[in-house]
Design a protein around this ligand. Structure first.
Ligand code: ATP
Ligand code: MG
Length: 403
């Protein structure tokens, strides 16, 4: 954190010594004031993009149209953006054009929320024209200017208000909430990737329940696609304490409470990465297969190693939450203890493979190999044969005699 700020300040100094204004701005200022960890520092400046490019050794023209140049210092990228405003959101998605402006205040006034509209100079002086610091203290999310106007300009801001509420545990102002109620349907016009990005951040957030409650109370889950798929299940979901769940477990919980016929549509609408969707679907299958199973002992050892530790933890966690309303604190330890006492912890640890089986049996390859491997894994896990090559060979041959 400290090092990052030092490096950012060197960039500010360089811009200033060339006669420009430059500040740290937006989310990083908010997070510094809240003592939250910093992941990046954005910089705004009176310098034009071409001037920024000529001043620094390593730059990337990331968003010239929007006035953004990435400056790389100490191998860390910093987005340096020329003071600008945005005009004309005719499609509720993105500004038709950006306009460079002269003052920091104008730049800050285009930003979404007061807590995101502060700047800090290299002497740690705070520039707070819209009451951002007061709102941080009061823990409330307010827009810069009239919420109804700002949400009509860019509908994504409604979702961002809810996401920040979930991240910070802040409430949204009464005017913000009623403006979301009025404009919520505009969210359907926002580019899906942008919405998905915000929703993912909400599902990672510590106060996720607060955010989900706002999706409900603002009417978004009632009639804004694709979040209307969540509506029916949400009342029950909100009766659980889901803080202890990981992000993927939270997704699974949401989907589990959705009518099966809608799950694919919901996932498809959000355009999530394929691998992630696969993971979610796999966990849903486990949940359905092991409905109501809450104890480690109630799952056969063979199934346990097929699931693997992570899925097994998630499965029991979700079932315990849904049935007992709380999760055993030592759940993972319980599972590890069981796994540690098994001869193998993973099917791949079986000491023979398909080639060995072909040799033993003198048979040409076919689907029988996988079946036989599964059967052997089961036998080893159940202690019917030790995980040793010779013993397994004997076990296989013994069997052959009976066939
Ligand atoms: P995070 O910690 O999630 O990155 P952030 O505040 O940095 O939070 P970003 O999405 O990275 O959020 O945006 C950076 C800054 O740009 C915000 O702090 C805000 O000032 C401004 N901003 C971002 N999106 C919008 C928007 N849709 N409308 C107005 N201002 C915005
Ligand atoms: Mg950011």
């Amino acid at each position: 954190g400290m090092q990052l700020v030092m490096t950012a300040k060197r960039i500010l100094e360089k811009l200033e010594s060339s006669g420009f204004e430059a500040y740290m701005v937006g989310g990083c200022v908010r997070d510094m004031l809240l003592n939250r960890p910093l992941h990046d520092i954005d910089i705004c400046t009176s310098a034009r993009p071409e001037e920024v490019i000529s001043l620094f050794e390593r730059t990337v023209p990331t968003g010239l149209k929007h006035g953004t140049v990435t400056v790389v210092e100490d191998d860390v990228p910093f987005e340096v953006t020329t003071f600008r405003t945005e005009e004309g959101y005719s499609d509720y998605r993105r500004p038709d054009r950006v306009q460079f402006v002269d003052s920091l205040k104008q730049d800050l006034s285009r930003r979404d929320f007061t807590i995101n509209a502060m700047a800090l100079d290299r002497f740690d002086r705070l520039y707070d024209y819209f009451g951002g610091r007061r709102d941080l203290e009061r823990q409330v999310i307010r827009t810069v200017g009239e919420p109804r106007e700002r949400f009509a300009e860019d509908a994504l801001r409604m979702f961002r208000a809810i996401r920040f509420s979930g991240q910070l545990g802040f409430s949204v102002g009464e005017k913000v909430l009623s403006a979301i109620r009025i404009h919520r349907r505009l969210l359907e016009k926002v580019a899906r990737e942008r919405i998905t990005h915000e929703f993912q951040k909400l599902l990672q957030a510590p106060y996720v329940e607060q955010g989900l409650r706002l999706l409900w109370s603002s009417g978004i889950t009632r009639d804004v696609s694709p979040f209307h798929y969540l509506h029916k299940g949400l009342r029950e979901i909100l009766s659980f304490s889901i803080q202890a769940l990981t992000e993927r477990e939270r997704w699974v919980l949401l989907l589990y409470h959705m009518d099966e016929q809608y799950r694919a549509s919901f996932l498809h609408a959000l355009r999530l990465p394929k691998a992630f969707v696969k993971e979610i679907k796999r966990l849903l299958r486990h949940l359905e297969h092991y409905e109501h199973v809450i104890d480690v002992e109630d799952i056969p050892a063979y199934d346990l190693i097929r699931l693997g530790e992570e899925d097994f933890v998630s499965l029991l966690k979700l079932n315990q939450l849904m049935l007992n309303r709380s999760v055993a604190t030592d759940l993972r330890q319980q599972i590890r203890t069981v796994l540690d006492n098994l001869p193998i912890r993973h099917p791949q640890e079986l000491c023979v493979n398909g080639k060995d089986l072909q040799l033993f049996r003198k048979r040409s390859p076919g689907p029988w190999i996988q079946e036989e491997l599964d059967r052997l894994v089961k036998a080893v896990v159940e202690g019917k044969v030790p995980n040793e090559r010779e013993a397994i060979r004997a076990f296989v041959m013994e069997d052959e005699k009976h066939e």
